[in-house]
Write a protein that binds this ligand. Structure first.
Ligand code: PLP
Length: 423
């Protein structure tokens, strides 16, 4: 079963129970946003909880956060919903300027508002339509492990593709620096890297853009985890990191869905410096009825980008602290310390789990549901991906349960329920 099998809630999986808070005094929130208190998603139809499979299991597979989204987004949706004009909408050009301002403020990147396409679909759909627009005849290159979507999209669009296994060093995965197989129709880069959380060095991204331009290959940089880069690290935005002479063959894709935890309202934006490609891409999107400027996604995107910065800063502090606690606990099983997002890429054998059955074993022994590394392409077998975007109180329960890997006979701490269920 792949991660993609679980993109929609399925009646076979009914576990909308929440994990009860670890008893004890609640730690004081570090900011006006409380990411430590339990966040009950029961009754919201969460895919992630549906796939956990049994009451009490803590779902750590699917890539969304068990954390409350920005109040600004909730307020904007409420405000807009109160006006009962729900007909077709046009694209507000202010949205493009907001994207450019966001890149300037958060990444010091000079994005031209004219490059921006504001899309009423998630990044997965946007990428599929982009690939159909360019219809590469030569293979699409996929550095692996990758989040699973790249290979799935190429298969679904019947595009030739070729996996490029990445080297894993002590600091994380490494991008290839030498010549790549060519001819290549496109190169799909997960930037930062899902599943390992590696933030690619800017010169490596620039090198890939140069290689792509010299070989007539389109570099598509999927940056949906880029705004989740942890404090102290910086994310190279591909379209502005590339040499200006090479930008015509570079596209950056991003979405507020991942950054602000609102993927249930599908949206994304694309930065496409080349006017010809931009026009062809818009035309293909229109062929699917995907026009810029839909009602809900504009509301969410604008509220998030205009007002969501403080929420995001608080979130990143929370994620970096959670990463530190988990990596300290899991030690050498962490294949690479993440510098972005909320995903840990783990060596199952180093956790004492049977590599071929690691997901099942972790579920049975610890009540923790992870993603199976085999879903991330060649080289993923024997790994697990764990999503640690959890309230502080639930993370404490996770850390406690992980003790069972070393001490299988040890009962869970008496202060914590061994199979927490809905309060
Ligand atoms: C790197 C990356 N790209 C794209 C997507 C697809 O996002 P969506 O399904 O919201 O379109 C994901 C989802 O996990 C992702 O991690």
């Amino acid at each position: 079963m792949t991660e993609n099998s679980f993109q929609r809630t399925d009646d076979r999986f009914r576990n909308l129970s929440s994990v009860r808070a670890t008893p004890g005094p609640a730690p004081a929130p570090r900011s006006g946003f409380d990411f430590d208190a339990p966040f009950d998603r029961a009754g919201t139809g969460s895919s992630k909880w549906a796939r956990a499979g049994a009451p009490g299991v803590i779902p750590m597979g699917l890539a969304d956060m068990d954390l409350p989204g920005p109040p600004a987004v909730a307020e904007a949706l409420e405000r807009r919903a109160r006006h009962r004009a729900y007909g077709y909408t046009v694209c507000d050009p202010a949205g493009r300027a907001l994207v450019a301002d966001w890149y300037r403020a958060r990444h010091g990147a000079a994005v031209d508002p004219d490059w921006v396409l504001l899309l009423p679909c998630g990044p997965r759909t946007a990428l599929r339509v982009l690939l159909e627009t360019v219809r590469p005849q030569a293979p699409v290159l996929l550095p692996t492990p990758e989040w699973g979507g790249f290979a799935q999209l190429c298969r679904a669009a019947r595009l030739p593709h070729r996996e490029l296994p990445l080297d894993l060093g002590p600091d994380g995965c490494r991008l290839p620096s030498g010549p790549l197989p060519h001819p290549a129709g496109a190169l799909l880069l997960s930037n930062p890297h899902n599943p390992s959380g590696t933030v690619w060095p800017a010169d490596a991204v620039r090198g890939l853009a140069t290689w792509s331009a010299e070989n007539g290959t389109l570099l598509v940089s999927d940056e949906v985890h880029g705004d989740l880069t942890h404090p102290g690290h910086s994310h190279p935005v591909a379209v502005t990191t590339a040499d200006p002479a090479h930008r015509h063959l570079v596209v950056t894709l991003n979405s507020v869905g991942k950054t602000f935890n609102c993927s249930g309202v599908p949206s994304s934006f694309a930065l496409v410096p080349d006017p010809g490609l931009r026009a062809r891409f818009s035309e293909s999107l229109a062929g699917y009825g995907l026009w810029e400027g839909g009602l809900l996604e504009q509301t969410v995107q604008q509220a998030a980008l205009r007002e969501g910065g403080p929420w995001l800063d608080a979130l990143l502090a929370h994620l970096a602290a959670a990463r530190t606690r988990l990596t300290a606990r899991l030690g050498p099983a962490v294949r690479s310390t993440p510098r972005a997002s909320y995903l840990l890429w783990l060596d199952a054998a180093a956790l004492g789990l049977p590599p071929a059955e690691a997901r099942r074993a972790l579920l049975e022994r610890c009540g923790l549901e992870a993603s199976d590394g085999a879903d991330f392409g060649p080289g993923g077998r024997g790994s697990l991906r764990l999503n640690y975007a959890l309230p502080g109180s639930v993370l404490a329960t996770v850390l406690d349960r992980l003790e069972r890997l070393e001490h299988p006979e040890r009962p869970e701490s008496p202060s914590r329920p061994s199979r927490p269920s809905r309060p």
